[in-house]
Write a protein that binds this ligand. Structure first.
Ligand code: NAD
Length: 337
């Protein structure tokens, strides 16, 4: 028997997959928490305590952490580049979530605490070249992270570190690099590049209008981690003796144009590309340097973009065909109503 595991943000993309993964690892006592109504959760797992609760406030966090042995804190107000560039205050407010979750975890005697950080903590000056050799963990300092979202992540990493140093809590935190897969956001303004590109390619194919809008010139680079690598790596890092921030991402770097080509290939179409140079595009080049994770864990994400994108494409295709509109299309203001 394993103790109670709490996952915040469990109605979201990665949280929903993490609940499934922990169940497969023998966790039978799981409390899944999200502020969204249950109908809007991407995955609702049976035999789990599914709790609708806003964990920005300390009282809610105290409630959520009661009797918990392990906490995975994934709740955050976030989205793709279009969302984080235009909602910096909302992104920064997630600092309340991690701060209060840490305080409650300390007060409730939680044994292990995981925080989902991001590649957006990295110094922007190290990401000006599309031929990025890979960001090493030390590249977060001197600090110049993504405005809003990245600052919140960097601050919260430090909170985890100081709670470990000062209060002896077993905190671990990983810097996720672009995670993608089925059961995530694919429409509505918060979606990230892989889901957005799949959606656009599917819609172009279905409508017969064989064109695609691409944000920027398409030569900006990224790496994309399939969600199964993310859940496996998250659990592994929490149970490791890695005390400092570590990259959790793929090092298979592609340009957005290459990502579009893979999606086109899966769909069996060729589209005319319309480049939207004024759209949000984020940093010029970003990749994960996996030297440290390989050294410390003897493992690194390895699911290929082609394989992962095929599964993602198939799921989004089914969603669109079934006429489902994106659940995250609820008005943003409601998130804090
Ligand atoms: P997501 O938006 O699908 O899930 C986050 C969930 O948190 C949402 O369901 C949302 O309703 C919930 N939430 C937000 N505020 C809350 C609150 N106050 N109380 C309770 N629930 C709240 O995002 P995701 O892609 O699953 O990301 C999970 C975590 O991983 C986040 O912390 C995110 O910043 C981090 N991350 C994700 C990526 C990625 O590529 N997806 C990259 C880097 C870091």
């Amino acid at each position: 028997m394993k103790g109670k595991a709490v996952i915040t943000g469990a109605g979201g993309f990665i949280g929903g997959h993490l609940v499934q993964y922990l169940k497969s690892q023998g966790f039978s006592d799981i409390r899944a928490v999200d502020q969204k109504p249950l109908d809007d959760w991407y995955q609702l797992h049976p035999n789990v305590e599914n709790l609708v609760m806003d964990v920005q406030g300390i009282d809610a966090c105290q409630f959520v952490c009661k009797d918990a042995e392990v906490v995975y804190n994934l709740a955050a107000d976030m989205g793709g580049m279009g969302f984080i560039e235009n909602n910096k205050a909302l992104c920064m407010l997630s600092v309340l979530i991690n701060t209060h979750m840490l305080m409650a975890a300390r007060d409730r005697g939680v044994k292990q605490f995981f925080y989902a950080s991001s590649a957006c903590v990295y110094n922007g000056e190290k990401q000006t070249d599309s031929a990025n050799p890979g960001l090493k963990e030390v590249d977060a300092y001197p600090a110049m992270p993504e405005d809003g979202y990245g600052w919140e992540k960097l601050f919260s990493e430090r909170m985890c570190r100081h709670f470990r140093e000062d209060f002896g809590i077993h905190t671990r935190y990983a810097r996720y690099h672009n995670v993608y897969g089925p059961h995530g956001t694919w429409d509505g303004g918060r979606e990230k590049a892989p889901a957005a590109i799949c959606r656009k390619v599917i819609q172009a194919k279905m409508s017969g209008k064989l064109e695609i809008d691409i944000w920027g010139d398409g030569e900006q680079t990224r790496s994309f981690m399939y969600v199964d690598d993310c859940t496996f790596g998250t659990h592994k890092i929490l149970n490791s003796d890695i005390l400092e921030a570590i990259n959790l991402g793929s090092d298979e770097m592609v340009s957005i144009n290459q990502l579009v080509s893979i999606a086109e290939d899966i769909a069996g179409v060729k589209l005319k590309r319309n480049y939207q140079l004024d759209a949000p595009k984020g940093v010029r080049g970003r990749n994960s340097d996996n030297t440290l994770i390989k050294e410390l864990l003897g493992w690194a994400p390895s699911i290929s973009l082609r394989n992962g994108l095929e599964k993602t494409y198939a799921w989004i295709h089914d969603e669109i065909k079934a006429g489902k509109s994106e659940k995250s299309m609820r008005p943003l203001a409601n998130a804090y109503a």
